[in-house]
Ligand binder design. Structure first.
Ligand SMILES: [Ca+2]
Ligand SMILES: [Ca+2]
Length: 853
């Protein structure tokens, strides 16, 4: 129930955000449709999705200008002014609407008349809108259970948004969090930042939620392209394909947030191709030039959203232009293409400038650590990726169905190519898109074959996804053909059996039968979308969305309590990645190129192994680390556990536990003596918080009682000692046992010392013992009070007294007892055994593990 309300809240806010963006874009759209050839004859669904990007373009412009006024006041002002302007621009239309709503008078149109006159259009639009809303619900429903999304992609983009908010615009570098310059085009981040400014979202929240909105918007943009190329019917068919057939970008969970945000604009951009073909030859040059300029700017805006999608669209436009040039010698198209290409550079020119300026620096950016390895892109087998790693669909039965549909669609479209009529243009564009993507995939492969001559580097996965997308477009075209064929077939059949006068009835039956067939073809897709998608999203998000509420609370605490100049060491597979955007503190390193620094990676690895040697402290000192953050959970990395163990730091005198919330820890680095890896004087109240754990003692454990705590009796050092009690209640004996893990970085000369006091209630063979165990619980050495039953084992050392401070070289004892080196990771156990039923109260204090001399 709580989740349901939260889902509705997120949904409601996303719809409000969408409306705000639509309003900001509206004056631009009205102006463009008036003074250029673009954006005429759009219906309200097309306008909705288009305006979001026109609005985004305005916000991007404000954020890119170097005046630092991209803030909440300006964001609100723009929204309100655009709202007023939109009302003013639509004065006439609003009056008409007003007359529609008022009771019917003579000479005005009645709502009912209007609806019945446009029955089919209204139905089709409602279907698209319905699919959009259902898709949005599916996208949003997993969000309340997860915090913030992927600790990698989302945290990286949060950092960009955070510096944008702090600078009230897009800054040149990620200061004060990093020295790195910002080359990644920031248009998608402007949407996220706008969400933060309007709703007070935290950057990671804004990114996680707003990405879901754009995942659902793909349905409206698929409708947009279908309707602008052919008809509302094709629009509806394409919307349906992206509602339940194509998994991209709906089920994309690993992040890629700007990619998702750019996706719908990519579809809209494909609708610009006819405008480059100079269809309005008799119009004024001024209007033509404005159209070309607007197309160029919008394509450049697509580049600012996501560069690869821009390259794909430009490639498709180029292919289609060249086809026309070859067939019709239409050279003016080539001129238009070049013009548009040149203009499209404008919106991303600041980033191109930075890229060129910083290219000679190591790693092609400024402020990177000097030890960044420059590795070539790893090779991806694309066919393998598409077919066998959920590239087509995460559900195996659907993979087969989609492949079948695609093959069948291509055959039918090829055979019917002469009768396509209104479907001809979209089919041509979608074919150009396939061809363009194939060329791009080949070009991308050049970098593996001839690295020096390849100008296109990067991943080849995205053009492969676009090939899949264009095949989905063809399936959408096929649906319309199938619909027409079926209707004709049924009507012919039905005229034979039904009287000619019942034409309406016959038409209805034909439509019903056609829909029944289409429904049965697509029912598996609908089934999986409605029943499985939410579960799939939750499961695959949670591999990377591992931030817990403990982490979140601790990061908020850090924001309010740590000094601003703190530098926090984080593990790149833990939620600490979000520290810059939540705590507003510097983290080493966020999910940026800097994190590949060999020094940092070695540091992460050494802590992972618990090897806290002087090298660790040297590396931390070099990076000016003041604190270490250990998260509550860790992200998926091919079944490898990349999580740091808090026990490496707990009771290590070089670290001071500043704050612990649940399983999330923050340590201050004291840079003490690395030789002492563990020093426990039990000066705390909760032993479990400090890493000690219970183990079930063997024997008659349930016939007795005992507790473990710290108190101030018999203290040896400081004010507290560990107290561990055991009392046999009718069994043979009762044992109370606790343990914890110790990590050492040198096994050769390890000193183990402890204070022990076993006088209260102990009588032979009662014993208080403290042991070292290997982590598989096979080998051990045990130090026990006199008169213990353990004495018969050769791995047991009898202490000379029941009270006192003892110290041993356990490396030597382990070597002698087990003929092996002491393990680098072992357990210390403390055990109290009572036989006589008189409660044993044992005290332990000042355990110390020290390596070296
Ligand atoms: Ca103490
Ligand atoms: Ca006893």
């Amino acid at each position: 129930m709580g989740n349901m309300i939260e889902t509705l809240c997120i949904l409601f806010r996303l719809l409000l955000l969408m409306i705000a963006l639509i309003i900001i874009g509206e004056p631009v759209r009205v102006a463009l449709s008036k003074y250029s050839h673009l954006f005429r004859k759009l219906d309200f669904l097309q306008i909705s999705v288009l305006n979001i990007y026109l609005g985004g373009l305005i916000l991007y412009l404000i954020a890119m200008l170097p005046f630092h006024f991209f803030n909440a006041n300006v964001a609100w002002a723009i929204t309100v002014i655009s709202g007023v302007l939109s009302i003013f621009l639509h004065k006439v239309a609003l009056k008409k609407l007003n007359s529609l709503i008022r009771p019917v008078q003579k000479g005005t149109i009645d709502v009912r008349n209007y609806l019945s006159g446009n029955k089919i259009a209204v139905l089709q639009c409602s279907a698209v809108l319905g699919m959009f809303l259902v898709a949005l619900c599916i996208q949003v429903s997993p969000l309340p259970t997860l915090l913030f999304g992927s600790i990698h992609d989302t945290s990286l983009h949060s950092l960009y948004v955070q510096v944008m908010l702090e600078n009230q615009g897009v800054p040149p570098t990620m200061q004060p969090y990093l020295q790195e310059g910002i080359i990644y085009p920031q248009a998608a981040h402007v949407f996220f930042a706008y969400g933060c400014l309007i709703f007070g979202y935290m950057p990671p929240e804004a990114i996680f939620y707003i990405t879901a909105l754009f995942q659902a918007l793909i349905i409206l943009s698929a409708y947009y392209i279908g309707k602008s190329y052919s008809s509302r019917r094709l629009g509806l068919s394409l919307a349906f394909i992206f509602f339940c057939v194509s998994r991209w970008p709906r089920l994309l969970t690993w992040g890629g947030n700007p990619y998702v945000v750019a996706f719908p604009l990519q579809f809209i951009s494909l609708s610009f191709i006819p405008f480059l073909q100079d269809l309005h030859a008799d119009d004024s040059t001024w209007k033509k030039n404005l159209s070309l300029f607007a197309i160029g700017i919008l394509l450049g805006y697509l580049a600012a959203l996501h560069l690869t999608l821009y390259i794909i669209v430009m490639a498709a436009i180029t292919v289609s232009t060249f086809v026309n040039v070859l067939r019709k010698r239409a050279f003016y198209e080539l001129r238009n293409l070049l013009l548009v290409f040149a203009i499209s550079i404008i919106p991303i020119s600041p980033f191109i400038y930075r890229f060129v300026e910083w290219y000679p620096y190591p790693g092609h950016n400024i402020g990177l650590p000097s030890d960044i390895p420059i590795a070539p892109w790893t090779y991806v087998n694309l066919l393998n990726w598409l077919l066998f790693s959920e590239g087509i669909s995460p559900y195996p039965p659907l993979v087969i169905m989609i492949l079948g549909l695609v093959i069948f669609s291509c055959i039918i479209i090829y055979r019917k190519r002469r009768q396509l009529a209104t479907l001809l243009n979209p089919t041509k564009v979608f074919s150009c898109l396939i061809l363009a993507c194939l060329i791009l995939v080949l070009l991308f492969h050049l970098q593996y074959v001839f690295p020096p001559i390849s100008i296109i580097t990067g991943e080849a996965v995205r053009p492969t996804i676009s090939i899949f997308i264009s095949l989905c477009f063809l399936v959408g075209v096929f649906n319309v053909i199938l619909y027409d064929t079926l209707i004709n077939y049924f009507r012919k059949r039905l005229t034979r059996i039904i009287l000619p006068s019942k034409e309406v009835f016959e038409k209805t039956v034909a439509i019903a039968l056609t829909f029944l067939i289409l429904f049965s073809i697509y029912s598996p897709f609908l089934y999986y979308t409605i029943t499985q998608d939410t579960g799939y999203l939750v499961e695959s998000y949670s591999k990377f969305a591992v931030t817990t509420s403990d982490d979140y609370e601790l990061m908020l605490w850090m924001r309010d309590n740590l000094p601003k100049n703190s530098v926090i060491l984080v593990n790149d597979y833990e939620p600490g990645m979000f520290i810059p955007s939540i705590s507003h503190l510097k983290a080493i390193y966020p999910w940026v190129l800097s994190k590949d620094s060999l020094n940092y990676q070695r540091l992460v690895e050494m802590i992972l192994n618990g090897t806290m040697s002087p090298a660790v402290y040297d590396a931390m000192k070099q990076l000016d680390i003041t604190h270490v953050y250990v998260g509550a959970d860790y992200s998926y990395k091919w079944a490898k556990n990349r999580k740091w163990d808090p026990l490496v730091f707990l009771s290590n005198p070089s670290f001071n536990l500043i704050k612990k919330i649940g399983a999330a820890y923050l340590f201050e680095v004291l840079y003490g003596k690395p030789e002492v890896v563990y020093k426990d004087s039990f000066e705390y109240t909760n032993v479990y918080d400090m890493g000690w754990q219970f183990i079930n003692a063997e024997g008659c454990q349930f016939k007795g009682s005992g507790y473990v705590s710290t108190n101030s009796s018999y203290t040896y050092n400081g004010t507290h000692n560990l107290v561990i009690t055991a009392k046999n209640e009718g069994g043979l004996f009762y044992a109370n046992r606790i343990y914890r893990t110790i990590y050492i970085w040198d096994t050769s000369n390890v000193t183990f010392s402890f204070y022990i006091n076993a006088t209260a209630g102990f009588s032979p063979p009662d014993a208080l013992s403290i042991s070292i165990w290997d982590t598989s619980w096979n080998q051990s050495i045990c130090f026990t009070t006199p008169d213990s039953l353990y004495a018969e084992h050769n791995s047991t050392i009898i202490l000379s007294a029941s009270i006192g401070l003892f110290s041993y070289n356990i490396s030597a004892i382990w070597q002698k007892t087990h003929n092996a080196t002491l393990p680098t990771r072992f357990f210390i156990t403390i055990q109290n055994i009572d036989f006589d039923g008189v409660e044993n109260v044992g005290y332990v204090g000042d355990i110390l593990v020290k390596v070296g001399h």
